[in-house]
Design a protein around this ligand. Structure first.
Ligand code: MRU
Length: 321
């Protein structure tokens, strides 16, 4: 599978995640304004992919001249919750005194690192899963999309599935559709289909019932920001899954690169949670599904307390707060 985000001919090229699963196409982003728009529309999304977008965005701004620091600030604030975005911007910006080529070289090195780190984190997590879950083959549950599409390549939580599937250890994956924007049914299901991994899409509300029926050996989740105490911000619904998993004695494993850890945040309650447009809930496929003027609560993420998480696993191993 090609990289989700890359640099080509002086521009940023992304796989357009809004078009999937209907169409697999790329978008070429030639300005910071186009990049910020793509980030906010979720054409590029997922914490590690946002880190790459941040770094490449600074490279783009540096080549185009103007007030690079102001442009970098605009990119870093395009979405608030995934720390990787600001991390990617900051790491690339550090090279600005050495010139635009140095910024681009740094951004490209970060893209290369992303796949290596995700492969290592998910390999570590696969061992944690095998240690925590006796049944073979495994029945896993996935929320949102933490696969190739959420990273430059490979994935984090879904990367665990790739490792285990290669060893013949995956029976099937239950895919939470992940309302309201359906990153599960649109993107994760598409990736599993491409990879030939058996899966079933389920409404988010079915996850607790699946656990109660004994259909889930382990829940796998990614992360957008991990606080110093091990609390994890991830796609809305993750917290409820963790509560259900704890209630049913199902291991709940979070997988992320260390770039998602934010030691400056003491606890998850301090994480800035993005609120998205009401239309994401009041409309579905362009049709209105709530009364005109309906008030809406639409947080894009929630925070799962560390106490509910079996292990947070990075490329360095199990995270210790
Ligand atoms: O709003 P999104 O689609 O960017 O949210 C993505 C998630 O919550 C992912 O689970 C997280 O970024 C980890 S991706 C490896």
């Amino acid at each position: 599978m090609r990289r989700t985000i890359d640099w080509a001919d002086g521009a940023i090229v992304i796989v357009d995640q809004v078009a999937l699963p209907g169409e697999y196409r790329t978008l070429t982003l030639r300005t910071v304004t186009e990049l910020v728009d793509a980030i906010q529309r979720l054409a590029v999304r997922g914490a590690p992919a946002l880190g790459a977008a941040g770094a490449l965005g600074v490279a783009l701004a540096a080549r185009q001249g103007g007030d690079v620091r102001a442009e970098a600030d605009r990119i870093a604030h395009a979405r608030p919750t995934a720390v990787n975005l600001a991390w990617g911007v900051s790491r690339a910006l550090d090279r600005l005194p050495d010139g635009a080529d140095a910024v681009l070289a740094e951004a490209q090195a970060m893209l290369d690192e992303d796949e290596q780190r995700n492969r290592a984190a998910s390999a570590n997590a696969a061992e944690v899963v095998l240690g925590a879950c006796p049944r073979r083959p495994l029945r896993l549950l996935s929320h949102c999309n933490a696969g190739h599409l959420a990273t430059v390549a490979w994935g984090t939580a879904l990367g665990v599935v790739w490792h285990l599937h290669a060893r013949g250890l995956v029976e099937s994956v239950l895919v939470d559709e992940t309302r309201p924007l359906l990153q599960g049914s649109r993107l994760t299901a598409w990736e599993l289909e491409q990879a030939g991994v058996p899966y079933r899409v389920q409404p988010d509300g079915a996850a607790a019932a699946a656990m109660a029926r004994g259909l889930v050996d382990c829940v796998l989740a990614g992360a957008d920001r991990i606080a110093a105490n091990g609390d994890v911000a991830n796609k809305i619904g993750t917290y409820g899954l963790a509560i259900s998993a704890a209630h049913h004695g199902v291991p709940f494993v979070v997988v992320a690169p260390t770039s998602t850890v934010d030691k400056s945040i003491a606890a998850g309650t301090d994480i800035d949670i993005e609120e998205r447009a009401p239309s994401e809930l009041t409309e579905f496929g362009g049709a209105r599904v709530a009364p005109k003027g309906a008030a809406v609560f639409n947080p894009a993420f929630d925070v799962t307390p560390a106490a509910l998480i079996t292990a947070v696993v990075t490329e360095d191993g199990v995270f210790r707060s």
